[in-house]
Write a protein that binds this ligand. Structure first.
Ligand SMILES: C[S@@+](CC[C@H](N)C(=O)[O-])C[C@H]1O[C@@H](n2cnc3c(N)ncnc32)[C@H](O)[C@@H]1O
Length: 343
């Protein structure tokens, strides 16, 4: 018996199935992207529909749409309740628009720019350079400033991610000593709105780039805090508005150490005496435990050349920016509040 014959008769290892499933990840991301883009979860919220009706409403090719839905139904997203008739499932329902914890905006974002940038991960690993710039021809935030449609998708995805975390963040920190919270690069205001709603005496400043804060008013008004929140646009590498408490959620992770220190230094310089800087990020723990932060870290790498960090790495950034890390407060979710004061 040749070696080849022997290997053919050996049963596959138990892990083979799991490994093949892992290799499927790219197909899952794209199938979810298509479902989100076609708005299938919103169409099905009134009840199950036959494939032909879904295809007619979305303008999709019926056979191709069936194959996407069949794959999604095989992993619990939608259900084929009878031949070519589809219904929502609890997982699929999260793809509806404007849900408090919905993921439609994230599915639309992940399936587009991050998906394409992740396709360059191999080159990024070999060179250490982020893939986004090579794929899109400009750094991420510059590209967004020039592409209003992508900017809109990105802002909505950030608002969705903030909304998923904001209540836990606002509840995890005692803001009673604060007078003015400045949310640095706060997107369109989801986090500052949650903090101001939870603290009726507090005033807020939402600070971000001009093309981002331009679309923030509807969210602040809907939250009923627009009269307590000033909108300021600018560049955090140049200067930030004055305040006594700075929040920076998912900001430092976009940048390498040099830029992250510059952002923190802008805050340290403007911070009122006795003020606090609150960096809100996932802190990477040592060991092999699963953590969404480890995946986010790869995304930050290929998108911006940024990174998720350990507690020690945050401590070093704070010191380099003239701050002292005072404590790390878990929110109960994936993120922690990393508190600093002037050194
Ligand atoms: C990952 S998003 C986080 C948004 C928000 N903090 C959140 O948690 O949803 C990063 C933000 O940084 C902003 N940003 C990027 N470069 C900036 C700069 N130079 N000055 C001010 N804001 C900037 C972007 O416009 C974007 O809103």
């Amino acid at each position: 018996m040749s070696t080849d014959d022997r290997s053919e008769s050996t049963p596959p290892p138990a892990e083979l199935r799991q490994m093949l499933q892992l290799l499927n990840g790219f197909r899952v991301t794209q199938a979810l992207y298509v479902a989100a883009k076609l708005g299938l979860a919103d169409i099905l919220k009134g009840g199950p529909q036959p494939l032909e009706a879904l295809a007619a409403t979305t303008g999709a090719n019926a056979d191709a749409l069936y194959r996407v839905l069949r794959v999604l139904a095989s992993i619990g997203v939608f259900e084929e309740i009878s031949a070519r008739q589809f219904a929502l499932t609890p997982l699929a329902a999260l793809l509806q628009q404007d849900l408090p914890y919905g993921v439609r905006a994230q599915a639309l974002f992940f399936g587009d720019e991050p998906y394409r940038a992740c396709g360059g991960l191999y080159d990024s690993v070999m060179t250490g350079a982020n893939a986004y710039e090579r794929v899109f021809g400009a750094p991420h935030f510059e590209y967004l400033a020039q592409h209003p449609d992508q900017n809109e998708i990105f802002n909505q995805a950030m608002s969705a991610s903030s909304r998923q975390a904001a209540t836990a963040i606002a509840g995890a920190y005692d803001f009673t000593a604060a007078r003015t919270v400045v949310d640095i690069a706060g997107g369109q205001g989801m986090l500052i709105a949650a903090i101001l709603r939870a603290n009726p005496e507090l005033r807020g400043v939402l600070f971000d780039q001009p093309h981002v804060v331009a679309g923030a008013s509807p969210l602040l008004e809907a939250a009923g805090i627009a009269d307590r929140c000033e909108l300021v646009s600018g560049n955090f590498f140049a200067s930030v508005p004055t305040g006594d408490t700075y929040t920076l959620r998912h900001i430092l992770h976009d940048w390498d150490d040099e830029h992250a220190i510059a952002i923190l230094r802008s805050c340290a310089e403007e911070m009122a005496p006795g003020g606090r800087t609150l960096v809100i990020e996932s802190v990477i723990e040592p060991g092999n435990d699963p953590s969404p932060a480890k995946f986010l870290d790869l995304m930050m790498f290929v998108m911006n050349g940024g990174r998720e960090r350990t507690a020690e790495e945050y401590r070093r950034l704070f010191v380099a920016a003239g701050l002292r890390l005072t404590r790390i407060i878990p929110t109960g979710g994936a993120e922690s509040l990393i508190e600093g004061e002037r050194a």
